[in-house]
Structures are given as structure tokens and as C-alpha cells.
Ligand binder design. Structure first.
Ligand code: F6R
Length: 251
């Protein structure tokens, strides 16, 4: 493990999310005070839910405005329109965007309905939009049981960029309950690449529960390898794991 990758273990996920949300709110205020929008990279899935609830609370209490925030989501399922309840666009709208003052034009999520020849151009345009926004100030991550960040499954190169990816069987299995069965889970997605994620200036990876303990340990203390894309964070100058006691129990 390199010295720059830090680990913070909290009694529970609420503690972790309160701490991180306060830090992100202060980062957004600092960047906005310097005269520019703050650029946040966002994640979906079960893990960030209590974090988004905390951001919404700070917003309601007048401590955090999203009026000068630009967001880029990590990924989207291929083949799902934004109106599908399991699409990440619908997830973000429901769990965060509809409840804060973000401008719709500042929200970026890959389009799960692009197909065929349009796909490469769409992914290139996503990368270009991140660059045009000045790069990502803060990137939020979860971790899959395969060690993925975004949907960078085992074998995703360190330099990979936004592209179409095939979901690992383990990842599809984990998603099956919310889709009402494995056969309903998309086989592919569009995901920011490892290289895209690692360019974020500050990164927080969240993990809760005993089910994540083994892969968290592997990511933090195992070899840096494309077999566990979260292990690339060991080389990032400002990445922190925020864990509850169970997720940190194998360290
Ligand atoms: C979500 C994403 C994934 C999830 C990971 C963990 O945008 O890119 O990497 O963070 O699959 O999912 P949960 O939080 O549901 O355990």
C-alpha cells in the first residue's frame, strides 16, 4: 500500500456519510468561492444512498447548493432508456437530483440507448465534456465484489477510457434481485475507464458490510493489478476509503 491511499474506518455508515458529506460540501463551497463550478463524479448502487441522503439534508439546511455543480456519472446500463426505473439516470433523478437545486444541463450520464456506430462517438464526447468542464474535482466510488470501480471489470486496463464494457457474471448476479431476475439484467454497460477515474483530483471509495470486507482488503493490500481495478487507487495521490466497521474487518 502506498502512503497516499488512506483508510478511514467508522462505527457505521451514517457516521462515514456525515463526515464525507460535510467534506464534499466544504469542497464545493471552496471551489465556488474561487469563482468556478465544482465538478463531481458520482456513483450509483446501494452504497451511496446514505451519502446522497446526507447531501440532501445539507442542501435543505442551506449549507450546500448545487447551483454551481457539474456532475458526471460513472456508468449506465446499455439498452435501458432513462425512463427505466433501474437505469442509472432514473436512479440519480430519484435519489439526488430531484431533491436539490442542480441545473439539468449540468448533469451528465452516459446514454444507455446509444448503439452501434454511435457508441464510440458518444464515449469520446463524454470524455471531452469532462475535459471541457476542467476535469473532475471529486469522484465518488463504490466497489463491486469483482473489485470493479465504475464497471471496470477484471481485465480493464489502467489506461482505459469511457467505453462499452461487458458485465462480469458476479456483477450481473448481484444486480439480479433489483431487476427481478438474472435474465433481465443487461449484459453490457457504458463506463468511465480506470484512466478516466484516476484523473479525478480527489477520490473517495465507500464500502459497507461484511460482504465487501475481502475485496476491500484485496484492493488496499493486494498487488496493483487489472484483475482488481480498485487496486489502481493505491497509486492515486489523494484517494481515501471510507468504511464501516464490517467492511474494514479484514484489514
Ligand atoms: C455504480 C458503479 C459500481 C458500484 C458497485 C457497488 O455506479 O459504478 O461500481 O459502485 O457495483 O455496488 P453497490 O453499491 O450496489 O454494492
Amino acid at each position: 500500500m502506498t502512503e497516499s491511499l488512506s483508510v478511514r474506518v467508522f462505527a457505521d455508515r451514517s457516521d462515514a456519510c456525515r463526515t464525507l458529506a460535510a467534506e464534499v460540501a466544504s469542497l464545493v463551497r471552496r471551489i465556488n468561492d474561487s469563482g468556478r463550478p465544482a465538478v463531481l463524479g458520482l456513483a450509483t448502487g446501494r452504497t451511496p444512498l446514505p451519502f446522497y441522503a446526507e447531501l440532501i439534508r445539507l442542501h435543505r439546511e442551506g449549507e450546500l447548493s448545487f447551483s454551481k455543480v457539474i456532475t458526471f456519472n460513472l456508468d449506465e446500463y446499455l439498452g435501458l432508456p432513462g425512463t427505466h426505473p433501474e437505469s442509472y439516470r432514473a436512479f440519480m433523478q430519484r435519489e439526488l437530483f430531484a431533491q436539490v437545486d442542480i441545473l439539468p444541463e449540468n448533469v451528465h450520464i452516459p446514454d444507455g440507448m446509444v448503439a452501434g456506430e454511435a457508441l464510440e462517438g458518444h464515449c469520446g464526447a463524454y470524455e471531452e465534456a469532462i475535459r471541457a468542464a476542467g476535469g473532475i474535482d471529486f469522484q465518488l466510488l463504490g466497489i463491486g465484489r469483482t473489485g470493479h470501480i465504475g464497471f471496470n471489470e477484471p481485465g480493464s486496463p489502467r489506461q482505459s477510457r469511457t467505453r462499452m464494457v461487458e458485465l462480469d457474471p458476479v456483477t450481473r448476479q448481484d444486480a439480479a434481485p433489483s431487476f427481478g431476475g438474472l435474465e433481465q439484467v443487461p449484459t453490457h454497460a457504458i463506463s468511465m475507464g480506470c484512466g478516466t477515474i484516476l484523473e479525478a483530483r480527489k477520490i473517495a471509495l465507500l464500502a459497507w458490510g461484511a460482504g465487501k470486507a475481502a475485496i476491500v482488503r484485496e484492493a488496499l493490500t493486494g498487488p496493483i493489478s487489472d484483475q482488481v481495478s480498485a487496486s489502481f487507487l493505491q497509486e492515486h495521490p489523494d484517494a481515501t476509503f471510507y468504511l464501516d466497521a464490517e467492511a474494514g474487518s479484514a484489514l
